[in-house]
Design a binder for this molecule. Structure first.
Ligand code: AGP
Length: 610
């Protein structure tokens, strides 16, 4: 989703801004722009639709020369993908603004500002911020005061950075609902929506909190909280592990990240298991006290993270003896829900910034939950900071928009949570140590699954010319089928639906013909025989089947049935292992289709607006 970078320095900043934007590309965007204040104190701006490289080429051809600037990658919400709608937005050639989020009262503000004589050049909600600040600057002593006055009038979500030609060393930033971080340098300071953008220039960060407004100069930073009180926020030293690095030997980040899964899962487990159980400390200080009291688990998440939560529901209810409900965050936050006594709210999020999940977490604090836990991949994220407990998935930076290693490490964490809660709810020591053994075996099983890449690549041509596909699974593999379908949709743009296989005859069977490939996830579990009947139902109607099966499941390939043998593994970890071939299938189909694998059209890595 949209990305922000800003810098105030003694050196030229356009290179820093462009490098920052490149590092935010993975978040998904459709246009980009940079504005600087030049040495003559004039605003200069270049914007382009398309990739950051096109913007960089334009700036190389016509350099932007200045020591203060702001830059943005835009993911269109209000107004189409045009240069006029790209940020930064300017007011009267004096004020420049970049903004993440959505201003909900932009229509009424636009009318007021038009009545005051401001002429709008874009269809965006952001342009009202620029004109509003310009208007306020007429009656306030400086940019900081004008921004404070303007943001008080905004409804909705914003992370915004503003500069003013009248004050050409200063960036004023404001956060409400969209994350912003300040990067501290020596004789220079920076701002961004994600620290990743600033890692080449600093490792010292201040994370702004909700309602903060900050005055960022070359040599000083002042922060004011939502009550307009001057506050000090902690300076956090980044360990640098969150650097995206490169693609290495891989053609795409997604492929690299699929291959990194054995290492990522090993890191998720490291120092968090004893020989016989899961250590509560993995979930943070105070986990044991909270876990002892939990009688219900409510999981909230979106997209792939939601699928991880769906698998966890099977584990928690069957193994930890605790009831569990799961809901998509965007639904949960807008309905009145029943809160079970002693409920633990679990949010699952790769980024920790997904707007709907974060809003649900905030809402839960008013609803009487016993406590909150987030399963997250970003230690500095809002969800980690605002939850009582946090389990870090330690997947490392995930750059591909399609989530892969974040998902399998979330599942690993959720299986650990099953043991951590189960031990207070009658899970036997024997059962705990059996799950621990399966978890210890998991990285090696993931390696075997990744090694299927070539075989799966050979299947991909069968899918590339199809418009639709069906994914089937049963039990805790049903959410894995859903995840497989989501991956195929996201990166190959093939319509894919997932069904619990037993549901087939209640409608979707009508879709089956030779143009509808059917992918079946079939580990060797107690539902295998039932699943085989479902396979026969499809086969009898001329469907083309691709069965990803345990080698002991005794499926045989023939004209209509392609069997891909997946390594044998304990049933409990099978959802994690079987995810890998489905990821690989979507990847290789996308390669044949020639789509933009790491940044698929219309999608953003971290969905920070509603
Ligand atoms: C998955 O491939 C998607 N990129 C998307 O569904 C994602 O999982 C969802 O937007 C939630 O993101 P989060 O885990 O960062 O909260």
């Amino acid at each position: 989703m949209c990305g922000i970078v800003g810098a105030t320095s003694e050196r030229r900043v356009s290179g820093i801004l462009l490098e920052g934007l490149k590092r935010l590309e993975y978040r998904g965007y459709d246009s980009a722009g940079v504005a600087i204040i030049d040495n003559a104190k004039k605003l200069q701006s270049t914007r382009r639709t398309g990739k950051v490289q096109e913007l960089a080429d334009a700036i190389n051809a016509n350099p932007l020369d200045g020591t203060i600037g702001i830059a943005h990658t835009r993911w269109a919400t209000h107004g189409g993908v045009t240069e006029a709608n790209a940020h930064p937005h300017l007011s009267e050639s004096e004020i420049a603004v970049v903004h993440n989020g959505i201003i909900e009262n932009h229509e009424s503000l636009r009318e007021q500002l038009q009545a005051l004589g401001y002429e709008f050049k874009s269809q965006t909600d952001t342009e009202v911020i620029a004109h509003l600040i310009h208007h306020e600057s007429k009656t306030h002593e400086d940019l900081l005061a004008a921004v404070k006055a303007a943001v008080r009038q905004l409804e909705g979500a914003y992370g915004t950075v503003v500069m003013d030609t009248k004050d050409p060393e200063r960036l004023v930033v404001a956060r409400s609902g969209s994350p912003l971080v300040i990067g501290l340098g020596i004789g220079e300071n920076f701002v961004a929506s994600d620290q990743l953008a600033l890692l080449p220039v600093t490792r010292q960060f201040i994370y702004l909190e909700e309602g903060d407004v900050a005055d960022v100069n070359r040599t000083s930073v002042q922060i004011f909280d939502s009550n307009d009180q001057r506050v000090e926020r902690n300076v956090v030293e980044s360990d640098g592990n969150y650097d995206a690095g490169g693609k290495g030997e891989y053609r795409h980040f997604m492929l690299k990240e699929i291959h990194e899964q054995p290492i990522a899962v090993r890191s998720t487990l490291e120092n968090r298991l004893s020989d016989t159980t899961v250590l509560d400390d993995a979930f943070g200080k105070g986990a044991s006290e909270l876990f002892k009291t939990v009688e219900h688990v409510q999981i909230i998440a979106c997209g792939t993270s939601y699928h991880a939560g769906m698998v966890a529901r099977y584990w928690l209810e069957s193994l930890a003896n605790v009831s569990c409900s799961i809901e998509i965050a965007s639904e949960f936050r807008y309905r009145k829900s029943y809160v079970h006594p002693n409920s633990l709210l679990v949010t699952i999020s790769q980024s920790g910034e997904t707007a709907d999940t974060l809003a649900a977490l905030r809402l839960s604090k008013e609803l009487g939950y016993k406590g909150s836990l987030t399963i997250c991949n970003v230690a500095t994220s809002s969800m980690v900071r605002e939850s009582d407990l946090a389990f870090m998935t330690r997947a490392g930076a995930e750059i591909g928009v399609a989530s892969t290693k974040a998902f399998t490490t979330q599942l690993t964490g959720l299986l650990m949570l099953t043991v951590a809660l189960g031990k207070y709810r009658g899970m036997s020591e024997q059962q705990q140590s059996a799950i621990v053994k399966s978890l210890q075996a998991l990285p090696a099983k993931m390696e075997e699954a990744v090694a299927l890449a070539e075989e799966i690549e050979a299947l991909a041509p069968d899918f590339a010319n199809k418009e639709h596909s069906l994914f089937l699974g049963r039990g805790n593999q049903y959410p894995i089928a859903m995840e497989g379908a989501l991956k195929l949709k996201e990166i190959s743009y093939i319509h894919a639906e997932a069904y619990a296989a037993g549901e087939l005859k209640h409608g979707p069977l009508a879709l089956i013909d030779e143009e509808m490939p059917v992918i079946v996830v079939a580990p060797n579990n107690e539902l295998l025989e039932k699943l085989k009947s479902n396979v026969e139902e499809v086969r009898a109607r001329g469907g083309l089947m691709y069965v990803f099966a345990d080698k002991n499941a005794r499926f045989k390939s023939d004209d209509t049935l392609n069997v891909l043998n997946v390594c044998h593994c304990d049933e409990i970890i099978a959802p994690i292992v079987y995810t890998v071939p489905l990821q690989l299938l979507s990847y290789y189909v996308a390669i044949i289709k020639g789509t933009d694998v790491d940044q698929p059209r219309n999608l953003a890595k971290s969905v920070t607006v509603e």
